[in-house]
Design a binder for this molecule. Structure first.
Ligand code: NAD
Ligand code: DAU
Length: 352
């Protein structure tokens, strides 16, 4: 194990963003040992990592970060030198139905990891990179962008749990000198995205001629970034970011939900050989999300100016690539949309 320059614990590596981060680090850094710890909840899927599971510098441990002895054991077993922490309950709608899982994983799980790092690391030659969200800043009006000094104002149980975890991470820096770095990113899209989230849910429903449930009037705004660009930002911040700092990540790419869903319908009409305008007929306006944040928009100039990071892919191209991935990976889609997904969908959308 000592042969590796770093032994990085990546939590939540079987999830959407985590799987992209694990793949990127394995390919770019053969001198690092990557240990992926994931509970494999409904959102975690080892199929996401099939192509790299036999990589010589990769280990998978099924484990729950809420279980402190499990976390401690992993730190000892692999002599963990660094952490990239992505494991979380991540879906706002589920947090409205049941906040406690969010408190446990996102808050208690994060504190368990911080404690294990504090106990194991005797000097500052380590990095604890906490991956967080722009939702901690709350909701914007028509003007302005979130920057790193925007006061925290979380409004959903999900964002409240992430805000709390961010505060614990910063507290461990100030109180115990734990070498932390943090990133707060806007909405991601791309392959392996679980179809409870807007883009993959809409792609799936358009394909199967099911209603497209747009919350409220569809005028809420999200700022979309390709998941690989988020992974490249994490790589950059992990290696070059300043200790004790947070960096906003985003691509100045704001879309109202309705405009985005219409654009997806256009792409899918072409891909599926449907008449122009055919899929748009499926759009159905449904009861709004409780406490629905109006607008998110990220100012990423700190990351761009200090660390020279830039997003690489235009949204319009990335969406076409994403649609292609879903259409070409029907086995993956079928597996994740059977069983408990059906119950979830019924509970959230029937009679909405
Ligand atoms: P996801 O829901 O797709 O994946 C989460 C992963 O964490 C899954 O593999 C799951 O099995 C694992 N996990 C959950 N609870 C766990 C536990 N108790 N112990 C161990 N593993 C556990 O989430 P995602 O969209 O990939 O998000 C990853 C991280 O990035 C989260 O921290 C999220 O808050 C943050 N983030 C997400 C977005 C986005 O647009 N998806 C944007 C900004 C930040
Ligand atoms: O901003 C970053 C956050 O983005 C991450 O921290 C979260 O983990 C991630 O889930 C995402 O949160 P959102 O709530 O913005 O994403 P979601 O895909 O759930 O919803 C995007 C928008 O689409 C939002 O305004 C609600 C709306 N929506 C969503 C679904 C699932 C609909 O109109 N219909 C739907 O069926």
């Amino acid at each position: 194990m000592e042969a590796y320059n770093k032994r990085i614990l990546i939590t939540g590596g079987a999830g959407f963003i985590g799987s992209h981060v694990v793949r990127r680090f394995l390919k770019r850094y053969p001198d690092y040992l990557i240990i992926n710890v994931d509970k494999l909840t409904y959102a975690g899927n080892l199929e996401n990592l099939k192509d790299i599971e036999k990589a010589p510098n990769y280990c998978f441990e099924k484990g729950d970060i809420v279980d402190a002895p499990v976390v401690d054991e992993i730190f000892t077993k692999y002599q963990i030198t660094d952490v990239i922490h992505l494991a979380a309950e991540s879906h706002v709608d589920r947090s409205i139905e049941g906040p406690l899982d969010f408190v446990m994983t996102n808050v208690v799980g994060t504190v368990n990891l911080l404690e294990a790092a504090k106990k194991s690391w005797i000097d500052s030659a380590h990095v604890f990179h906490h991956v967080s969200t722009d939702e901690v800043y709350g909701s914007l009006g028509d003007e302005g962008l979130f920057n790193e000094s925007t006061p925290y104002d979380p409004r959903s149980p999900y964002s409240a749990s992430k805000a709390s975890s961010d505060h614990f991470v910063m507290a461990y820096f100030h109180t115990y000198d734990l070498p932390i770095k943090m990133s707060n990113c806007s909405n991601n899209y791309g392959s392996h995205h679980f179809p409870e989230k807007l883009i993959p849910l809409m792609i799936h429903n358009i394909q199967h001629n099911k209603p497209l449930p747009v919350y409220g009037k569809g005028d809420n705004i999200r700022d979309w970034l390709w998941v690989e660009d988020h992974a490249s930002a994490i790589d950059t911040i992990f290696h070059q970011g300043r200790v004790g700092e947070s960096y906003n990540v985003g691509g100045l790419n704001e879309w109202t939900n309705i405009k985005l869903v219409r654009f997806l319908c256009q792409i899918m009409d072409e891909k599926l050989g449907r008449e122009k305008g055919e899929s748009e007929k499926l759009i159905t306006f449904v009861t709004d999300r409780a406490g629905h944040d109006k607008r998110y928009a990220i100012d990423a100039s700190k990351l761009e100016n200090e660390l020279n990071w830039r997003p690489s892919l235009k949204f319009e191209e990335g969406l076409v690539q994403t649609v292609d991935w879903y259409l070409q990976n029907q086995d993956w889609v079928t597996k994740v949309t059977s069983g408990s997904y059906k119950e979830y969908y019924k509970k959230m959308y029937d009679n909405r």
